[in-house]
Unconditional design. Sequence first.
Length: 371
Amino acid sequence: MRSLYLQDWITVHGTVPGVTTFTQDADTWLDVGSASDANFWIDLSDVVFPAGATAILLTLQTSPSRDEVCFRPLAGPLSLTNLSTSNTAYSPSPTPITLKSVRGASTAPLGRWVRWQLTFQGTANASWGATFRIRAVPSRQPFFVPTALPGCVLWLRADLGIGLSGTSVQTWQDQSGNGNNASQSGAAEPPYFIAKMNGMPALQGDGATYSMATSTFTLGASASLFAAVQATAATQGLYSRLLEHLYSSTYYLGVDSTGTKYKLIVNNGTSPYGAAQGGTVATANQIVSGVYSSPTGTVYVNGQSAGSDSFTAPSPPLNHIMSIMKDVNPMFGDYWKGYFGEAIVYNRALTSGELIQVHRYLGARYGVSVP
């Protein structure tokens, strides 16, 4: 189906105290007809965010009729202020940042009518506002999201659930519904927030100090790990991490001993830490994934199998944090140097068909060609 506008470019602004919620005018609500789902893209060109404010939230709502009381959230609210590079205003490059809304299990299915609502949160006595447009691509087939597959225990994406202090990421909320939220791993180590990966926001690792870590959760005898990344140096530090649960007893997805190829380690504390490696680190957007189904672990780069090896399955299932862009052990310093847009982890080995779904989902978001 063709692309439609839910809202052409518009600037919405208000003051506090004063009006803090704007709802799209009823004359311009979008009629999606018989579509069963829709992909919504929010182009953002400017945000005015006064100091002391909490958030500016954009919510898409849907209803089977034009009755005001029937509207329900179609997707989780997008925090436009998560993209602010300061506490006063956000002004990106001439190409606007684009966000994609995501419908989850706790939100409503697509109804006939869709509208937007913008809400300011905070007590600041100042002006606030945003300039944006919203495009929609209705479909008669549901759009894929990682939680559509069973076993998703972690889903972090940089355009949702980011908590900032200035330009530094303090918290990163898990979108899987399991509450495995990430936070900075030390007071001096919060990664930067930047729009860098195919116009999408990303966290920036410096290869030296920036990292995050989730709360503890369990991974068992099989798992699938995915990371959307862009290296800023084709040669990384040796064994630089993308995702590590615990390499010596569960799972590791990162770089090998040369710093030039990706590597999967499963339940292996003995050097050279397995041989499931391959796929060159490149200074371009890449989808890196590792899948383990006993006894075989396989590394994929941009949806293509790049190497595999045999490992002993983790036993029993172990409970650890998931370290992002850094090793779990604080004594080491194996940091990722580059951008990190999204992480997805399943507590099982995905089938070949499911791998295609996840790789295509990530490839479409980050402009990566995958099978």
